[in-house]
Design a protein around this ligand. Structure first.
Ligand SMILES: NC(=O)c1ccc[n+]([C@@H]2O[C@H](COP(=O)([O-])OP(=O)(O)OC[C@H]3O[C@@H](n4cnc5c(N)ncnc54)[C@H](OP(=O)(O)O)[C@@H]3O)[C@@H](O)[C@H]2O)c1
Length: 250
């Protein structure tokens, strides 16, 4: 199978590599998720995005439709099991079975662990880790029935490293790494790949640690490029983790 770079986004037969596939990108309304949704749409996928802010969702939905993709934006909170069940049901009834799930929705919250509240712990863990469990759990049975699929979890270099002030965030992303690795082992026999993309700092509105030098951060499109690479690899291949750093050190 030719790589997308060899074919400039198209397979040799002129068909886009993700044509006929349905992708769900959580947190696809802005930031990294939006860039991923637009990239997957440009590769031919039909796209569903979710988030909580309806205005942002419709703005991105309109952009996605401009690419010619079938696209729907659904307001859903991925920390809630009922929202997630309804989200997946709607995507599958309106677009078709989900072949590609990108668990991207997430938040940042930084500072010394001993200064954090129980509410902050719960909010961050539910958003960054429980959501991956909930959405994957809703999508996987269908993928097993169909004998394949891709689940790409947007983790972080903070899921592999430690730093002062990162306690709760790092815990959530180390959790994503562990959950993804175990699910990958459970599901590979079913033809389902579960992988992680671990970016360093990316220029988004991410509730994070203040402004950074723009020359020393990644762009959302860099993460989207890595996701596209995972989504278009050969059927026999399993690229399990991508670590993505800004070229220049901050
Ligand atoms: N930016 C970075 O430096 C960086 C680095 C490494 C990894 N990451 C990871 O990349 C992912 C995306 O981050 P980003 O920088 O693009 O952040 P962002 O710009 O703040 O976007 C976050 C997205 O997630 C959605 N979201 C948040 N909570 C949600 C919930 N409970 N239910 C549904 N959607 C929810 C947001 O929409 P609503 O607010 O409307 O719900 C938004 O679409 C996160 O998992 C983050 O941890 C980011």
């Amino acid at each position: 199978m030719a790589s997308i770079s060899e074919t400039n986004g198209f397979r040799e037969n002129g068909k886009k590599p993700l044509a006929g596939k349905v992708a769900l990108v959580t947190g696809g309304s802005r930031g990294i998720g939006r860039a991923i949704a637009l990239k997957l749409a440009s590769l031919g996928a039909d796209i569903a995005i979710c988030g909580r802010d309806a205005a942002k969702l419709s703005e991105t939905e309109a952009k996605l439709r401009e690419t010619g993709a079938r696209a729907i934006a659904i307001a859903a909170d991925v920390t809630r099991g009922n929202d997630v069940a309804q989200l997946v049901r709607r995507v599958e009834s309106e677009l078709g079975p989900i072949a590609l799930l990108v668990n991207n929705a997430g938040m940042g919250l930084f500072g010394p662990v001993h200064e954090k509240s129980e509410e902050e712990w719960d909010r961050l863990m539910n958003t960054n880790l429980k959501s991956v469990f909930l959405v994957s759990r809703a999508v996987v049975p269908g993928m097993i029935k169909r004998g394949g699929g891709d689940i790409i979890n947007i983790s972080s270099l903070a899921g592999k490293n430690v730093f002062a002030g990162g306690g709760i965030y790092c815990a959530s992303k180390w959790g994503v790494q562990g959950l993804s690795g175990c699910m990958a082992e459970e599901l590979r026999e079913h033809g389902i790949r579960v992988s992680t993309v671990c970016p360093g700092s990316v220029a988004t509105e991410f509730s994070g640690r203040g402004p950074k030098d723009a020359t020393k951060v990644l762009k959302p499109e860099d993460v989207a490029h890595a996701v596209a690479m995972l989504a278009t690899q050969g059927d026999q291949s399993f690229l399990s983790t991508v670590e993505l750093r800004p070229l220049r050190k901050a």
